[in-house]
Design a protein around this ligand. Structure first.
Ligand SMILES: C[S@@+](CC[C@H](N)C(=O)[O-])C[C@H]1O[C@@H](n2cnc3c(N)ncnc32)[C@H](O)[C@@H]1O
Length: 209
C-alpha cells in the first residue's frame, strides 16, 4: 500500500516526538516465556521506530516489524544496522487484513498500538492476530486502559475518544476495561490481564488454543 503520510504517527516520527526509546520492563518479563515456549519467529505489530526489534533480535528471535509509518520504519532500519539476527520490516495498516499468511508467527508482540482505532477495526486486528499466529503460539498485547490527562478528548463512540489537541489530534483511541479485554480477546486462551501505570495500560498475555 502507499505510505499513509497523513497518519498522526507518521508526523510524530518525522518530528521525533515519541520519547520512548528503551524497552519497558514488560519486555524483560516476557522474553523467558517466549523462549520457554520455543517462539522463534515474532511479529512486532506497531513496531514504530524499532524500540523492541533490536532487543528481541539480540536475544536470538527472528523479528518481523510492521507499522503504518514509513518514517518509523526508516528509523527502525537504521537502528537495525547493528542487529545480527534477521529482521524484516513491513509497512501496513492494521485496520486492513494483515499482509501475512495464516500461521506465520510463533509469537506476537504488540505494545501500545492496536487501540489506535475504532472498535470495529480493533476487532478485525484481533481476528488477524489469531489468523497469523500458529496454534499454541503466544501473544503479548498491550492496549490503553485510560486516557492521558494532557489533552481534551471527544468520545466518538462508546469507549473511543479522539484527542482534540496534541500530536495524536483526531486519532481514535479505544480505552479498554479489563472485562472488555476478556470479551474481545475471548477467541484466545487468556493467561493473564494486568494493569500498568495506574491502569493507563492493560497487558494481555494469551495463547492460541
Ligand atoms: C504508541 S506507538 C508504540 C510504538 C512501539 N510499539 C513502542 O512501544 O515503542 C503506536 C504505534 O502504532 C502504530 N500504528 C498506529 N496506527 C496504526 C495502524 N493503523 N496500522 C499500523 N500501525 C499503526 C504507530 O505508527 C506507532 O508506531
Amino acid at each position: 500500500m502507499m505510505p499513509d503520510i497523513e497518519h498522526p504517527w507518521e508526523i510524530i516520527y518525522q518530528q521525533d516526538k515519541w520519547p520512548q526509546q528503551d524497552p519497558v520492563p514488560l519486555f524483560h518479563e516476557v522474553v523467558p516465556t517466549l523462549q520457554s515456549r520455543n517462539c522463534q519467529r515474532i511479529l512486532d505489530l506497531g513496531c514504530g521506530n524499532g524500540n523492541y526489534l533490536v532487543p528481541f533480535a539480540e536475544k536470538g528471535f527472528d523479528m518481523i516489524g510492521a507499522d503504518i509509518s514509513p518514517t518509523g520504519l526508516n528509523i527502525s532500519r537504521r537502528r537495525l544496522a547493528s542487529a545480527t539476527m534477521p529482521v524484516s520490516l513491513v509497512q501496513c495498516d492494521f485496520r486492513l487484513p494483515l499482509p501475512f499468511r495464516k500461521s506465520s508467527f510463533d509469537g506476537i508482540w504488540s505494545v501500545q498500538s492496536i487501540h489506535h482505532a475504532r472498535i470495529d477495526a480493533i476487532r478485525l486486528v484481533i481476528q488477524e492476530l489469531w489468523r497469523v499466529l500458529i496454534p499454541n503460539g503466544f501473544m503479548i498485547v498491550s492496549v490503553a486502559g485510560g486516557l492521558d490527562d494532557e489533552y481534551p478528548y471527544k468520545e466518538i463512540e462508546p469507549g473511543t475518544y479522539v484527542p482534540l489537541e496534541g500530536p495524536e489530534r483526531g486519532l481514535p483511541h479505544h480505552i479498554f476495561t479489563e472485562d472488555e479485554v476478556r470479551k474481545e480477546f475471548k477467541m484466545f486462551a487468556i493467561e493473564a490481564v494486568y494493569s500498568r501505570l495506574n491502569g493507563k495500560i492493560l497487558v494481555i498475555l494469551a495463547s492460541k488454543r
